[in-house]
Design a protein around this ligand. Structure first.
Ligand SMILES: Cc1cc2nc3c(=O)[nH]c(=O)nc-3n(C[C@H](O)[C@H](O)[C@H](O)COP(=O)(O)OP(=O)(O)OC[C@H]3O[C@@H](n4cnc5c(N)ncnc54)[C@H](O)[C@@H]3O)c2cc1C
Length: 462
């Protein structure tokens, strides 16, 4: 037994620390591309244990990487400087669902879809819905400020976090926010911790705002002859003061990847598609759907499928969920970037991506959450080809530059982590980055908590 393992076992018990090669390998990757072996994996079961692990790590100057389901796409849960991976998945209890005050109190390891199912049984609704919701944890969602298709109407994870219990890098347990919508006492530390990617503190209890569950929804799949028609329709729908619950788009290349793989017939001449879903009172929905159809009419629409039943709606969403795996099968390697631009700039961004694809000779497939300008850009490639890595790097940089030029962002919902750290200065000024680093240094002077993330530096100079 190594001395680190012995010290950890004294804190959490022998059976909740592992240093076997197999376990370290399992915790050595996430859903992104990096691979880094931790020295030990610890399964915490309480905030007190998390705090004790942090104090021990501080004493030994060993890094700690908090981890939920490991579904992150930017390497946030990877032990890039070794140390301890601290798994929160055993802290997976829904502690309370308060139907009077519309809130839930949960431990960080609760799986997103499980929380949604439990609150929906009580007629309530937790809107943030990352496509990974069947396995991602609420703690990971909070740390990444996860989004999903429903953000256009309902906002992102940060809009639902009322309060947090957080273990600090020094191993203290603090509380932020509370159980009320209004609370202006002191700094808004809740917002500081949401989206900090596990670099400033570890969330050990989360208080979430809930909404009443919408009575019904109506899903429409619209086919366009061109991406311009689809993109213009997005702006026209919002300008008509219609805020759909979801407004998703798929370009021609995306449709080609899923044609024949779904029960829905996708016309060959279709250059783009939108999925528009409206929700609310049952009597009101038909009228709202009719308004959507009236707005898009005359904008290159060449066909539509309007779901009349829950099963028909599910068929449309199955098609949407088939996109990501289908696209990944098109090439040996696939880079999934997650840019966002102001909604009105989507047509420009898509045209720019088409040009970049031609110029680089690399296929790019685009789909995503058009309603909030969030485009998932999949670059298809084969890294076994000589010089390919450099070509892909150059292309990614051009994609990010285009997003920033249009006053967007290089990361809509997947965070910075390790993967985007070297591009941070494309979007943030040196002063802004310096301010963030000052904050990190003040809270975590020895850089114990999740080092090597967000900022591109080694452990010693962060
Ligand atoms: C197929 C697929 C689809 C996806 N779709 C979406 C999508 O639609 N929208 C979206 O936003 N994301 C999406 N993601 C990305 C990912 O699922 C989210 O970022 C999710 O929030 C990560 O949760 P996790 O529990 O897996 O966290 P992990 O990957 O384990 O960790 C992510 C980060 O959070 C930190 N962390 C974890 N738990 C805590 C905690 N309790 N306290 C402090 N820090 C913590 C980690 O250190 C790490 O930096 C997708 C991923 C996949 C694989």
């Amino acid at each position: 037994m190594s001395s680190l393992e012995r010290r950890l076992a004294a804190v959490v018990g022998r059976n909740r620390v592992t240093t076997t090669k197999t376990d370290r390998l399992i915790y050595g990757f996430d859903a992104g591309r990096g691979r880094f072996l931790p020295e030990a994996v610890v399964y915490a079961e309480s905030a007190e244990e998390v705090a004790a692990v942090m104090r021990l790590a501080g004493e030994l100057k060993v890094p700690v990487v908090p981890r939920g389901a490991g579904s992150g796409l930017t390497g946030g849960a990877l032990a890039v400087h070794g140390g301890i991976v601290l798994s929160l998945t055993r802290m997976n209890r829904i502690l309370e669902i308060d139907t009077e005050n519309l809130l839930a109190v949960v431990q960080p390891g609760v799986v997103t879809a499980e929380l949604q199912a439990q609150v929906e049984k009580r007629g309530l609704f937790y809107p943030p819905d990352p496509a990974s919701k069947e396995f991602s944890t609420i703690g990971g969602n909070v740390a990444e400020c996860a989004g999903g298709p429903r953000c256009v109407k309902y906002g992102v994870t940060r809009d639902y976090v009322l309060g947090l219990e957080v273990v600090t890098p020094a191993g203290e347990i603090i509380h932020t926010g509370g159980r009320t919508l209004k609370n202006v006492v002191g700094f808004d530390l809740t917002r500081l911790f949401v989206g900090c990617e596990g670099t400033l503190g570890i969330a050990t209890e989360i208080t979430l705002r809930l909404l009443p569950k919408p009575e019904a929804k109506k899903t429409m799949l619209l086919f366009f002859s061109s991406i311009d028609g689809a993109a213009e329709s997005v702006s026209a729908i919002i300008s008509a003061r219609i805020i759909p619950a979801t407004l998703e788009f798929m370009d021609r290349a995306t449709l080609a990847c899923i044609r024949g793989r779904t029960e829905i017939d996708l016309p060959e001449e279709c250059g783009a598609a939108l999925i528009v879903e409206v929700d609310g009172c049952r009597e009101w929905l038909d009228g709202e759907a009719a308004r959507v159809m009236a707005v898009v009419a005359g904008r290159d629409v060449i066909g539509s499928v309007v779901a009349e039943t829950e099963e028909e709606s599910e068929r449309i969403w199955q098609m949407r969920r088939a996109v990501s795996p289908a696209v990944r099968e098109q090439a040996p390697d696939c880079f999934n970037e997650d840019i966002v631009v102001p909604r009105s700039k989507i047509p420009q961004m898509i045209r720019r991506l088409e040009t970049l694809s031609v110029e680089s000779g690399l296929p790019i497939v685009n789909f995503g959450h058009a309603g909030d300008g969030n485009i998932h850009v999949y670059i298809l490639t084969d890294l076994r080809e000589a010089g390919m890595e450099a070509r892909v790097d150059a292309l990614i940089e051009q994609v990010f530059a285009a997003a920033v030029e249009l006053r967007g962002s290089i990361s809509g919902e997947h965070g910075v982590g390790l993967a985007k750290a070297r591009y941070l200065d494309m979007e943030l000024s040196p002063d802004t980055i310096a301010y963030m680093r000052t904050l990190k240094r003040a809270l975590d002077p020895d850089n114990i908590l999740n080092p090597g993330k967000i900022f591109l530096r080694g452990r010693d100079d962060e």
